[in-house]
Structures are given as C-alpha cells and as structure tokens.
Design a protein around this ligand. Structure first.
Ligand SMILES: *Cc1c(COP(=O)(O)O)cnc(C)c1O
Length: 359
C-alpha cells in the first residue's frame, strides 16, 4: 500500500551537499582531485584541536556532557554573555532546526532571502510553515523588501550575513533600519557562519542588538574558519528565554564529546584563526583578480568563497571542471561558487577553468 506523505514534505528539494572527493573520483575514475566546494578551511583543523582529540578519543565509551558546560562557559567568556544565552548544536544547522521546530506552527511564515542558505527553507517547510522568499538585489539581501514581507504570521526572519552563496553582506545601517521596521516579537536569526572572515568596517555588530534586549539569534560555527566541519559543532547566541525554549526540544546529547573538546581547543587557538584569515584574504584577492582577467564577473565577498558569473551554461563548466578533478559548486544558470583553497589549489582551479573556458 502507498505510504502517506505530507505535500509540504514531498515538496522539499533535498539539500545537495558539495560532492565528497571520494565520490567524484569513484564516479569519474580519477585521482588527485581538489575540493573547493563546501567552504571548509583548506589548512585543516587547529593542531591544538587535533592534540585534544587524540586524548578525548579514549573516553568515547562515556556519554558526552549534554549541556556542554565547559564549551558554553568559554563561549560566554569570549562573547561577554552568560552561559544561559548559548545553545550548542550539532553544527549550527541543528540550531536552525531547533528554531523552526520551537517557533513555527503550521501556516506560520518565515522570511528569508533567495538565493540564500537552503537549509532555512527546508526546515521551515518541514514544520508545515511557509518560507517567504525575498529575491536578492544586486546579489545582496534586500532588507527593506524583507521588512515589507513581514506579516502578522511572521515568526522568524533569516539574515545570512555574509550570504551563502553570494558572499555579500548587509551593513550595520541597513540592519538598524530593518530592526526598527519589524515588530519586536519576530525572531531575527543572523547566520554569521563566516563571521571570522569578515573585514568590512560597516559589518553590523549584532551582539549590540542582543544586549539591547532584541529577540535575535546569532549563529556561529566551528565548521568554517575553525576547520572542524566533520565534527559537527556550532552554536547560537541569544536570549535566555529563547535558549530555554530550544532546550525543551534539543536532543539530550546533540553535541558529542570529541566535538566539544576540539571546539574548546580551537577557540583558544587564535594563531590558527589569524593565519587562516590571512591566507583567505590573500587567496581571495588572487582568485578575484584571475577570474576577472578571464572576463568573468566576480561578486565582492566577505567570506571564504567567491560567487562568479561564467556568462555561459554554469552546469557545463562545473562538470568540465569536475572531470579535471576540480570540485566547485554550481548554483543556477551561469553562477558558480568556489571556496578559497591553498595557493596551489587556487592556481590549479584557475588553470583548469582557463582550459575549460577555451574549449
Ligand atoms: C556552512 C554554513 C553553516 C554552518 O553549518 P554547520 O552546520 O555549522 O556546519 C551555516 N550557515 C551557513 C550560511 C553556512 O554556509
């Protein structure tokens, strides 16, 4: 007999992650590929995190500390908040899921940009609520239009800053105007997964909104600059009230013991973060310059990836790069996204792209 499925769930397009290197090589019968597709730190994890992991592995017979006491304590100290303002997640992805589960009822609305991080619309639809998509304007969140899209049914608004996949950011002034325009009971989620890469002076200080008592959630992660994507750990900074609600539905052991300990060590390794940021800034400048020299349009980025227009079928270019062992992301139409890699990876990508564009 046919199973029953809600049309809301059946309508979800599954998230398609950047292809793992092993899968690409198996499918194409090639070796020596490079992955510049998932905005990971190409330098790897902090050596301090690696050292802690080896030791922590000896006690994986024990359940983790479900409350993540030491990590929340360190994060509270880092951000000058109290530990009851911090929610840990199995990646910041899970914090997004907790937010949609806790705050959305069927028929509610959540405002978000399009294109943006696709997890938002998947999680909203999974709660039988409605993702309200507001098109980007010049590849950037159109915050005035997003404010206008807020209705009495709106419970959540997602602002991905810098935005994935475009790398653009919204300014402090734009955020201030947005926060003034919307009702105070709408929870505004600032997804700041690339926070540590940002260099723009007018990037918003969202912590000040939290300190002013607004209903905001700042999402941060150890998956990007900290180089711990495989361990799955991220967090949200918000009000104690919102944390309390999220804790009602949080799986009791949602963050594992290895991830908690590695994150604690990575957080303290400021040298690793600094050097990763430096390498990114350098690699980004190189890539932008070379892409423009190839006649392509590059969108300025505050993250660790570049969004660019190849002025032809982007999927064909993506696939041709794949056959040359270079994994990037195809978004839609002529747009590709490439993660800044190590210098030799960036060079290999440019050489491959040059060959692909010529043929
Ligand atoms: C990578 C990324 C995340 C982080 O995901 P994790 O679950 O923490 O690995 C969140 N938001 C955006 C926009 C991202 O690009």
């Amino acid at each position: 007999m046919a199973i029953r499925i809600s049309p809301d769930i059946a309508g979800i397009v599954p998230y398609s992650p950047g292809k793992p290197i092993e899968e690409v090589e198996r499918e194409l019968g090639i070796t020596g590929s490079i992955k510049l597709a998932s905005n990971e730190n190409p330098r790897g994890p902090s050596p301090k995190a690696l050292a802690v992991l080896a030791e922590a592995a000896k006690t994986v017979n024990r359940y983790p500390d479900g409350g993540g006491y030491y990590l929340r304590d360190a994060l509270a100290e880092r951000w000058k908040v109290t530990p009851d303002q911090i929610i840990l997640g199995n990646g910041s992805d899970e914090v997004i899921t907790l937010l949609t589960k806790a705050f959305l009822e069927p028929g509610d609305e959540a405002v978000m940009a399009d294109p943006s991080f696709v997890v938002y619309k998947i999680d909203v639809a999974a709660e039988h609520a409605k993702p309200v998509l507001v098109p980007l304007k010049e590849h950037r969140h159109d915050l005035p239009a997003m404010a206008k899209a807020v209705t009495p049914k709106t419970r959540l608004a997602f602002i991905c800053n810098p935005n994935n996949p475009t790398g653009t950011y919204v300014t402090a002034a734009a955020v201030t105007a947005f926060m003034r325009a919307i009702p105070p009971d709408v929870i505004v989620v600032f997804d700041e997964a690339y926070y540590e890469y940002v260099t723009a002076a007018d990037y918003p200080d969202t912590m000040s909104l939290l300190k002013a008592g607004r209903n905001v959630v700042l999402l941060r992660t150890f998956s990007k600059i900290y180089g711990l994507a495989g361990l799955r750990i991220g967090y949200g900074l918000t009000t104690p009230e919102i944390v309390q609600h999220l804790n009602r539905i949080r799986p009791p052991f949602n963050t594992n013991s290895l991830a908690q300990k590695a994150a604690l060590a990575a957080l303290a390794d400021e040298e690793h973060v600094r050097e990763s940021r430096r390498l990114n800034t350098e690699g980004m400048a190189y890539l932008a310059e070379r892409l423009r020299a190839l006649g392509l349009t590059v969108v300025p980025s505050q993250a660790n990836f570049l969004y660019f227009d190849v002025h032809q079928d982007g999927k064909a270019v993506f696939e041709a790069l794949l056959r040359r062992g270079v994994i990037v992301r195809h978004l839609s139409g002529p747009f590709l996204r490439v993660t800044v890699g190590l210098p030799q990876e960036n060079e290999r990508f440019i050489t491959a792209l040059q060959t692909v564009l010529k043929s």
